[in-house]
Design a protein around this ligand. Structure first.
Ligand code: PLP
Length: 392
């Protein structure tokens, strides 16, 4: 990033908070022993630090105990562990899974793979705001439905799903609920126990910790749900995920969740104000600009805007100093319109004319103003170029 560049792509990844880096550094250079090497004091210290990080994470998320938290490399891995694990562990109960169409690829792709090998998958649709309809969810559940997978908040639009209602409906029908909370954790008040989900996944680099660390919550039940591992080896993480744990990453994630928990209320308000200011600034500066997604049930720092008549990629190319994205980081290499926006009924051309702006902890009011000015100027310029081209 150049000094004057503006980073508005926090939903793709966040910088590490310096307080998080400070907390993790000793675990790179001083307490570096293998947490499994409990024959010596160094290993025991590393083990204690890992378990303390686990308890801190459990506490900040509202779990009953650290035994419900498992470290992974990120949300993609955690989602894969849950989806392939449930499929293998639950075949005796049924072979039907329900999800919704705007899930992240790290949920949709593993599920579509299960479908190819014989599972039945129902992908329910969303309304104009990007939210599922609870009556449609209820109608999709069958006696052989083992799992419902529903994200907490969408990465492209920030739309928040009714996860609590969905988990109640699913449980009533005997299905478990998995929630990909990678975008919700640290941005929305979250209490796993109250949310009543069975599995929840999150990612370090979306909450100001480094890339390469994530966590998976598995509710303790009697009898326990025993998911088979994706990665086999020395039996780390209770046999669920072998491989020497990323101790520094785990400490960083715990610190990151502590900080976001402490600052959540004030920070959510600040980000919502900045986001609203950005939207007012842009929509009052140009015509035919629409907000995609729910304005009521939305993450505080996310804005997805469509600019009729302007190609999103052309707009991106003319904004080299503003780091924003079209669609999600995971699908933006494709030239097609965002499947998330299309699923919400946004016409293909308008979906291709969209930008996702995601604000975060280090975004300032000045940056928001400058970004809005730049976007307004470029949209006006691209529209007038197009008009000139069309009139010749
Ligand atoms: C970023 C993201 C993921 C993937 O997380 P990684 O830790 O990068 O694997 C999954 N789901 C959602 C909603 C995300 O935004």
């Amino acid at each position: 990033m150049k000094r004057d560049d503006i980073y508005l792509d926090y939903n793709a990844s966040t910088p590490c908070d310096p307080r998080v880096v400070e907390a993790m550094l000793p675990y790179l250079t001083q307490t570096y022993a293998n947490p499994s090497s409990r024959q010596h004091q160094h290993g025991r210290e590393a083990y204690a630090a890992l378990e303390e990080a686990r308890s801190t994470i459990a506490r900040t998320l509202g779990c009953r105990s650290g035994t419900e938290i498992f470290f992974t490399s990120g949300a993609t891995e955690a989602n894969n562990i849950v989806l392939s694990g449930v499929a293998q562990a639950m075949t005796h109960r049924g072979r039907h899974i329900v999800t919704q169409i705007t899930e992240h690829p790290s949920v949709l792709e593993p599920l579509r793979h299960l479908q190819r090998i014989g599972w039945e998958l129902t992908e329910i649709g969303v309304d104009r705001d990007g939210r599922i309809r609870l009556d449609e969810l209820e109608a999709s559940l069958r006696d052989d439905t083992v799992l419902v997978s529903l994200m907490l908040a969408n990465n492209e639009t920030g739309t928040v799903q009714p996860v609590l209602d969905a988990s109640r409906i699913s449980h009533r029908k005997g299905a478990m609920l998995h929630c990909d909370a990678a975008q919700g954790v640290g941005k929305l008040a979250l209490d796993i126990d109250r949310l009543d989900v069975d599995f929840l996944t999150l990612s370090g680099h979306k909450v100001y910790a480094p890339k390469g660390i994530g966590a998976l919550f598995i509710r303790r039940t009697k009898p326990p749900v025993r998911l088979p591992p994706l990665i086999r080896g020395g039996g780390h993480e209770g046999g669920l995920r072998s491989g020497t744990p990323n101790l520094a990453g785990a400490v960083a994630l715990a610190r990151a969740l502590e900080i976001s928990g402490q600052e959540l209320t004030a920070e959510s308000r600040r980000l919502a104000e900045l986001r609203d200011h950005l939207e007012t600034h842009v929509t009052s500066g140009i015509e035919d600009c629409t907000i995609n997604g729910s304005t009521e049930h939305r993450l505080p720092g996310t804005s997805n805007l469509s600019f009729a008549g302007v190609d999103g990629n052309a707009l991106l190319a003319s904004l080299p100093d503003v780091a924003v994205s079209t669609g999600s980081a995971c699908t933006s290499t494709h030239a097609e319109a965002s499947p998330v926006l299309r699923a919400m009924g946004v016409p293909a051309l308008l979906a291709k004319a969209s930008l996702r702006l995601s604000l975060g902890r280090f975004t300032t009011a000045d940056e928001v103003d400058r970004a809005a000015d730049r976007i307004v100027a470029e949209v006006i310029r691209l529209r007038s170029l197009k008009r000139r081209f069309q009139s010749t």
